[in-house]
Design a protein around this ligand. Sequence first.
Ligand code: FMN
Ligand code: FE2
Ligand code: FE2
Length: 400
Amino acid sequence: MHCVRKVTEDLWWVGADDRRTALFENIHPIPDGVSYNSYLLLDEKTVLFDCVDWSAAPRLVENVEHLLNGRGLDYIVLHHLEPDHGAGLWAVLQKWPDAAVISSLAAQRFMDQFGFAPVQAERVVAKEGESISFGKHSLTFYAAPMVHWPDVMVSCLEPGGVLFTADAFGTFGALNGKLFNDESDFEHTRLSEARRYYTNIVGKYGPQVQALLAKVKGLDVKLLCPLHGPVWRSNADWFLGKYDLWSRYQPEEKGALVVYGSMYGGTELSAEALCAALTERGVETALYDVSSTHVSKLIAESFRYSHIVLASVTYNMDFYPPMRDYLEDMKALGLKGRTFALMENGTWAPAAGKLMGEFITGELGGTVLEPKVTIRSTLKADQAGELAALADTVAASVKG
Ligand SMILES: Cc1cc2nc3c(=O)[nH]c(=O)nc-3n(C[C@H](O)[C@H](O)[C@H](O)COP(=O)(O)O)c2cc1C
Ligand SMILES: [Fe+2]
Ligand SMILES: [Fe+2]
């Protein structure tokens, strides 16, 4: 049975939800699933925009077959050749071998490297600013290199102002039948997963996303059609605003993310006490255990907040290994401009604070507020003043 949704008079969503894959890219948990979006234009020519993951290819083929209703498929436009959108090409070309494949030159190369298209498939290279007519509609291509991979392009379909945005403006989470952004309460049900998607998948490529946003500004866009998650037909400026902040590494909220690493609970309780003190001072906080929170969530929250408090045990004269994984990930994704505060624990020679501070200033280009709090196994009642002073310092910086 097909499952399609109408996007405009001539354009249909023909993709598929995936609720079975546990880890996106075999790294990031997707407890709410993910969608692989494809779209089909029925004009004088018939055009499929992007394919889906291999696992969803039978559903794509069934959806397209249903809507074509006996017509042939003239073109397949591939905006991005990563296998979550390119692998389904093989199945589509088995069914419609005469379809011409339109993509960037880099995507053609990747197509061959992955083996997604038989050599005899007809290919058209899409170039920056070039247009192709499909009848009533024409499509113009814009390169968006490294808005996830080097092959990425976006395209704008007119009339209608439909922008196919590849991995940009995507969201983790299956659609569950709700194709459009305003068919669910996006801010409260999807934003945190959209943030986790952006920051971990595309987060490293802020300057490239800025370049794409500049191109989008010059177009009269009415619909954003990404490869994952809802189609934006209203309030898109709000979401573009989030992308603008994320890609400039600017926080969305003034507040303190508190991440602790603790084996026996002493550091944990200290971090909790700091959160209580910050809350009393009117500071928005979020508290996470570095050991039990997936690093993709920590990264998303790090993009979100202006301040980050790290509380770590000393572990074999280093800071806690899961804390290092988190900070290394932050470095790899290029997150900049955060202000940090530190709490360290050590039973015989506390060193975590100094070492985290060196990592932050040396590797992350971050700022560290002083002084840090040192805990010897457990925070003592006579350290209440130190804790209050740290809370005052963080609160003043957050509000400043
Ligand atoms: C495997 C291991 C290695 C540790 N290495 C050090 C260390 O090098 N220096 C130190 O002062 N404390 C060290 N500690 C003690 C912890 O840093 C910390 O003081 C203790 O775990 C209490 O904090 P918690 O209740 O938050 O786990 C180590 C503890 C463990 C279990
Ligand atoms: Fe991708
Ligand atoms: Fe993707």
